[in-house]
Design a protein around this ligand. Structure first.
Ligand code: HEC
Ligand code: HEC
Length: 422
């Protein structure tokens, strides 16, 4: 994973002062000091903190870098048999409650391996509560989901297949189904050397397949690997803005274009949570399931994000910085798909974290000071947009594989013969 290693970068001289004054906060991911016990933003530099930062070595912001191979966990090595099995399982709706929804139903290759609506479709009869993330390059994240609630693809798959508004499956039933599919019995045996399919090995196979869904040959990667013609003049101007005046590099940095930290950048709440009954049901279900206090459950009308994980008030409304790779195919954007186009996203940042109606986060106390008005000209916005396009290469397509059928484990005649032989 050498290419993902973080190395210091020299920010453009013109931007250096502005960027460095806030990069210590960027490095902290807007975490308050351990003593903080209230909901106000603790990263606005207090005199005391400024002193600390002044003495600390110059903060390092990892530069954009070509994407290397994804990390492979030692307890789930890759093999051809496992990856091919994982592909079948990813497309197989029998890993779910009523055998109608597969991973690929919501993470549709045609729709950027995600779902092209603001809020993802849900298990039949429900809508989800968040926007669907693409699977492309998810292998590189150390924490998955918008609030980083699971630590690995192996742990993510069961929460997707079993989650009430996603797959809604039940372990024993899903495992029983796999065992009644002779082709799977054979393939699990080849991949894992065990006599019968187990549900845990199914998650491992899916994770191995997901680690093959990577995009590393974008115009940006080509440029960073030395092909100076891979970016246009306009994109190079956009890159300079990205790393300087527009401040994107503060958070969308390194090979993944994400520092994997958590911020409240000001994205306003999803109107659908106020208007759509079905969405409200899921919203309440999720709040209840995640142990929200009664006060929150009754009053809150937005996604508290990272707060769900640690119940710290100062983490309300913070979300994991998403990668910008493959975003050419994954609109709409943000945790509930608040913006449909990258132009809207750029305008949102340009206004300092406000939408066109002047709306911002429901939790202004935790909004990061790293997001400020940018004063980009129309031409600069176009340059930045052109550069954002360089994070995306060819569309990764895949046909739905033919899925193997069920067969009874034994016939009546076989059962009687086995009993007679006893
Ligand atoms: C009903 C739709 C639905 C189904 C079915 C579904 N997902 Fe998802 N998936 C989502 C949504 C929505 C999110 C974002 C949820 C969140 O962050 O809270 C997501 C997030 C993810 C992520 C995290 C990506 C990231 O950037 O952190 C991965 C990986 C993933 N899904 C894999 C799977 C796998 C594997 C399956 C099948 C076992 C699956 N999903 C089934 C809707 C679905
Ligand atoms: C302070 C850190 C920070 C900075 C600076 C920042 N972003 Fe983000 N970005 C985030 C976070 C956090 C999210 C997710 C927020 C949410 O959904 O509430 C996000 C989301 C996005 C998304 C949506 C991605 C998706 O998959 O939905 C795009 C596109 C984006 N940012 C582009 C930019 C650009 C362009 C800039 C510079 C103008 C920028 N960001 C500056 C933290 C940052």
């Amino acid at each position: 994973m050498s290419s993902l290693k973080k190395t210091p970068v020299l920010i453009m001289a013109t931007a250096v002062a502005a960027v460095l004054s806030v990069s210590a906060a960027a490095a902290m991911g807007d975490k308050p000091p351990a003593s903080a016990d209230n909901g106000s933003s603790q990263v606005a530099p207090t005199p005391a903190m400024a002193g600390t930062f002044a003495k600390a070595p110059a903060p390092e912001i990892p530069p954009l870098a070509p994407l290397g191979e994804p990390p492979i966990p030692p307890d789930n090595p890759m093999s051809k048999a496992k990856i091919e099995l994982g592909k079948l399982l990813f497309f197989d709706p029998r890993l779910g409650g009523d055998a109608s929804v597969s991973c690929a139903t919501c993470h549709d290759p045609e729709q950027g391996w995600s779902w092209a609506e603001d809020i993802s479709r849900g298990y039949p009869g429900t809508v989800h509560w968040r926007s669907n993330q693409s699977i492309i390059n998810s292998a590189y994240y150390s924490k998955l989901f918008w609030a980083g609630s699971v630590p690995s693809l192996e742990a993510q798959a069961p929460s997707a297949a079993k989650g009430g508004v996603a797959g809604n499956g039940e372990n024993d039933i899903m495992e029983a189904r796999l065992r009644l599919i002779p082709e799977y019995v054979k393939r699990f045996n080849e991949a894992f050397g065990e006599p019968w399919p187990t549900i845990n090995n199914a998650w491992k196979a899916i994770a191995a397949f997901e680690r093959t869904l990577v995009q590393r040959d974008t115009p940006l990667d080509k440029y960073l690997l030395g092909d100076s013609s891979a970016l246009t003049e306009q994109q190079l101007r956009g890159k300079a803005l990205y790393e300087g005046k527009a401040r994107c590099l503060l958070c969308h940095n390194g090979a993944l274009a994400s520092n994997e930290k958590y911020y409240n950048i000001g994205v306003p709440r999803a109107e659908r949570w106020l208007e759509d009954g079905l969405a409200q049901i899921t919203f309440r279900f999720e709040y209840y399931a995640k142990g929200a206090t009664e006060e929150l459950y009754r009053k809150v009308k937005d996604d508290v994000g990272l707060y769900f994980r640690n119940k710290n008030k100062w983490d309300m409304g913070k979300f994991r910085v998403p990668s910008l790779r493959y975003i050419g195919y994954t609109e709409p954007y943000m945790r509930q798909g608040q913006f449909y186009t990258l132009e809207e996203v750029i305008d949102f940042y340009d206004r300092g974290g406000f939408d066109e109606d002047g709306n911002t986060t429901s939790y202004p106390n935790t909004k990061t000071p790293l997001i400020t008005k940018l004063n980009l000209s129309d031409e600069e916005k176009e340059d930045l947009l052109a550069f954002l396009e360089a994070f995306t290469g060819e569309k990764i397509m895949m046909d739905k594989p033919k899925l193997p059928g069920y067969k009874p484990l034994f016939t009546l005649a076989e059962l009687e013969a086995a009993q007679a032989a006893k």
